[in-house]
Design a protein around this ligand. Sequence first.
Ligand code: 44T
Length: 859
Amino acid sequence: MPNATTRPKRTRRHRRAQREDAARNELVSRSLESAQQCLFSEDYGTAFVHYLLVLNLAPALKDFANESFRFTLFKWAEELDSLGRIQDLFDCYEQAMELFPVDEIIVNSMGEHLFRMGFRDEAAGHFYKALKLRPDFPEAKENFYRVANWLVERWHFLMLNDHGRNHKYQLAIKKAVEGGCSSVLDIGTGTGILGMCAKMAGAAEVYACELSKTMYELACEVLSANGMADCIKILHRKSLDMEIPKDIPNRVSLVVTETVDAGLFGEGIIETLIHAWKHLLLPPPNPGELLSSPSQTGRVIPAGATVFGVAVQCPEIRRHHRLCVSSVGGLDLSAVGQIYSPVSCLADTEDSTEPYTTERLSRLRGGYIQLTQPFTALDIDFNNVQELEGLCSREVVQLCLCVTQDGILDALAVWFQLHLDQDNHLSTGPQEETCWEQAIYPVQSTFNSVKRGDEILVEVSCKDSYLRLCCVAIIRDGNTIHMDSATKGAPKSLPANPEVDLCSALAGLQTNQEKASLAFMLESSEIALLNNTAYHSSFQKAMSKLLDSLQSTRRQQESNAQPDPVYVLDVSEGFSVLSLISAQLGFNKQIGSNSGLVKAYSSVEKEHHQNLLKLLAKGNGVLESALEFWLTHVEDDSAVLQRPATEKLWSAIILDCIETCGLIRQKLLEKASLARCLLEDGGQIFPERIVIHGMLVESDTLLLENAVQGTEPTLGFNIAPFINQFTVPVHMFLDLSTLECRQLSEPVELFTLDLMNSSANYTDKQVKVQVSTSGKVSAIPFWYQIHLDCWQSVSTYSKDSHWKQAAVVLQQPLTVSRGDWFQLSVRLHKSSISITAVKEEEPGANDVNTEVESATNDT
Ligand code: 44T
């Protein structure tokens, strides 16, 4: 029998609960209704708040409201983004993820926002999570592949595959630890490999630090898998932020590190080691005390390094850093003072410049010629803190190099030897069997031809933790010809004989004060594009043909009136002269009028790009009215393509379809379908069609860059399965002409993208290809034939191409014999290509390239 005194209470509570339920239900249903109304009237912010309230009060409605909630979130986030309310945007996503923690679409979308804001590590975490929630989620997969490249750079695979390097580090660490270095700090541990070597060698205490969050988490996984999680303390920290005893209890006797880039100092090793000597390492052995105990003193592996350099002639470097042609597509380029790339060794150049770029000299198209003997640029002892400190403050050192061969001085190439200890050395030289890159310091001077017997004056300095090498002058027959640079104004020369006189005069002519102020900086890929004469001349021919046909139709239609101009829109990314080529063609074709036949619109945004185009327009007699700029603040892609005069349509729209890295530009098909809607009758999209070609190859190099190979543990440690989670199937920025590989089939057509006709498109295609040489198929490189119109086309895999190529690397290489048939399934999803290859068991199919196509719905 229930207690009589509690009964009324319970009833009261019950009634109150009922009342509350009713009120809540009322609130929920009214809020839901408001949310839907707000959504209808596109008031996404209010709709979002209503939905939050509804779903927090009535979680049972989550399934019902999921889609509308997501839609509201995405719309509201778009608005917040365009208002710059980034914190609010992320707060909304946080709230959304609290409600829907396993909604992979929301998680992935949050990742996309993070990525755009530059939070790559966090973005990667979200893509990874979305992929774990739904492994076949194509958007998340594509996003993850995109960030995997940033997060775990490809050199990690190369380094872990480089047994020689691993072994030498292991030997040096073992020797130091066995010699008495009992406490070790691995700075920039990456996968944790050097720290684990120290532990295996018997070090009593091992610490490791890593500043990248992704690499830190990866290292934690690796340590656990190798049973070392308890004996190596790993910190997600930059070594410069570490303190004793907060982070590690005592100073250590050994620091191991490989925080070096192709230019040796670019990862900040000088600062890192100065800090380590001051705060983290035991004092160095006293030279007087020969028997000081290694466990009481500090040392560093690598013990030091020697930096080497050589002056080179290299056409591939030249065409990326200097304008090499005087005209393109009928445009005279001489109006431009000078164009220079953002790679400059001068300490006083703009922030956007970097002192060197990196290349594998042995893989550069067209090769290179050494113009001097290799020289020693610098020797550095990492165990001497005074020397490290002196390096940053020391004066510039001048070196004089003897030219051994006539040629064009295109660059200084730099590599180094890392002295791990007295016996173990690693070299990053161009002749080495390893895959190291070299640092390239391009020479951007207009005066750069050297003769055997000349001397090149080089300045070596170390500023802002970069090693800088700069060619400052050429000494010929005792006379010094100072090298000008685009940013430094006129050269100062001391000519004393007629030849030098002439050279200097020439150099001076090109860089007089007026011209020097007209120097423009373009990205090296934009410079290479400008140097691509074949592409511009094909475009000029195709555009000219279109103008002819439009002009004749216009004349027929409006026989007595002034014909309508031809409206051309160039929406290329980055710098492009295609709009100007079109405008100039308009002037050439116009008879009896100075207004021009063409009105060209360029979407270049940067002020210096616009100025450069204006200057070129003037130099080529194109009136200002024929070339217009717009798109200063266009947020979404549809706006990019809208004509300023809305009643008119575009006669031609130029789309920039292929990225320099060799991939199709994102959203290309969406842009093309939008462009089609905005074209006048008889108008054209340039290019009209793109055909993707590919072939089967065997390439160990690609495999080594793709994943840690083989089943053997790395130095006895289990690392491969962890880092291989960051493997991506598509490699970009390849130069196929120099890639070490064996071609196992003829090139075949893989896919066609028709930009003028959506119904011709498909998303999947089956292609058959026959093996011409027996081997192991490890990759399918691909490139594009860009058809500007029916007659004009250019290949992205040609001598002049400023485009690189890409390749799909197969996760499982396939052994094949000559005559075998392969079935390739090519799929295009949101501008990204995937290819799977299956060996056909049934021979016989004679019909090459049998195609099974399924339609795309890209409209
Ligand atoms: N380059 C290979 C390797 N880090 C670059 O986050 C070198 C290519 C290469 N962590 C020629 C020569 C070579 N505190 O994960 C990275 C990075 C981390 C730090 C904590 C610090 N102070 C730092 C500084 C860097 O260290 C890892 C490796 S650094 C990059 C190595 C022979 N071509």
